[in-house]
Design a binder for this molecule. Structure first.
Ligand SMILES: C[S@@+](CC[C@H](N)C(=O)[O-])C[C@H]1O[C@@H](n2cnc3c(N)ncnc32)[C@H](O)[C@@H]1O
Length: 237
């Protein structure tokens, strides 16, 4: 699977994704409240938002007094993040699979990466870079697709493998095929431990009550089985 296909999908999705992101239930009332809960303190913190999309996380973190730097592989997403956040924060185009050479060591208090690690086949490179640009004791906060959800959703028969998968997204205008990598639980957690992090929190989130108004069917389902998993890992000494 090529990164060009993922990039092309997000270039197609970007405008509608941005238009819906404020209230799209899986983002607004499931992912964001549970992931933001893992950022210990925000005011005056230097936060790197990796794969920032249209800058909704950045908008919330900036409003709470953080200094936010965001990047995304999609130039349209980056343009939307800049527009959404006007003159606040700083946003640029970058592929998370490549080194973050523009940042010195220990530049950030927190790195957040929401709903994007599944576009990366080998997590070691990005995790080594997140570790390097974090201050010792700084937190890496991730939200990922829950490995058990992916295993059933993609009807995998190869649990132990990291395998390319595809889904057709219909919730953002015309259907768009989105490719990603499904992986087992061990391959979600061990790369953190192997790359200098202490795993600090694992959350199998539940939707917040507002979700039910927008999408009662998925509200019920997500209260019975998780689709995402939120993780906080702390950079060792
Ligand atoms: C589901 S969206 C999440 C956006 C944002 N984090 C949020 O939660 O609102 C996934 C984002 O990951 C970006 N992305 C995918 N592969 C990437 C890569 N290799 N490097 C940087 N960004 C990437 C996409 O362009 C897209 O904006």
């Amino acid at each position: 699977m090529s990164k060009e296909k993922i990039l092309a999908a997000y270039e197609t999705l970007a405008v509608q994704y941005n238009a819906l992101i404020d209230h799209k239930p899986h983002n607004a009332y499931y992912d964001r409240p549970n992931t933001l809960e893992l950022i210990p303190a925000v005011k005056d913190q230097k936060i790197l938002d990796a794969a920032c999309g249209p800058g909704k996380y950045a908008e919330i973190l900036l409003a709470e007094g953080a200094e936010v730097t965001g990047f995304d592989i999609s130039p349209r997403m980056v343009a939307l993040a800049k527009t959404r956040n006007r003159d606040q924060g700083s946003f640029f185009v970058h592929d998370m699979a490549q080194p973050l050479g523009m940042f010195e060591n220990a530049r950030f208090d927190t790195v957040i990466c929401a709903l994007a690690m599944h576009y990366i086949e080998d997590w070691n490179g990005p995790l080594q870079e997140f570790h390097r640009v974090l201050k010792p004791g700084g937190a890496l906060v991730l939200s990922i697709e829950h490995p058990f959800f992916e295993y059933t959703y993609f009807q995998s028969e190869r649990y132990f493998e990291i395998e390319p998968v595809k889904a057709v997204w219909k919730g953002f205008g015309s259907p768009v095929e989105v490719s990603s990598y499904r992986r087992p639980l061990e391959a979600c957690l061990m790369p953190l431990i192997n790359n200098g992090f202490n795993l600090d929190r694992i959350v199998e989130p539940k939707p917040v009550p507002e979700f039910e108004k927008f999408d009662p069917k998925h509200f019920k389902e997500l209260n019975e089985f998780p689709a995402f998993m939120c993780l906080r890992a702390v950079r060792k000494g």
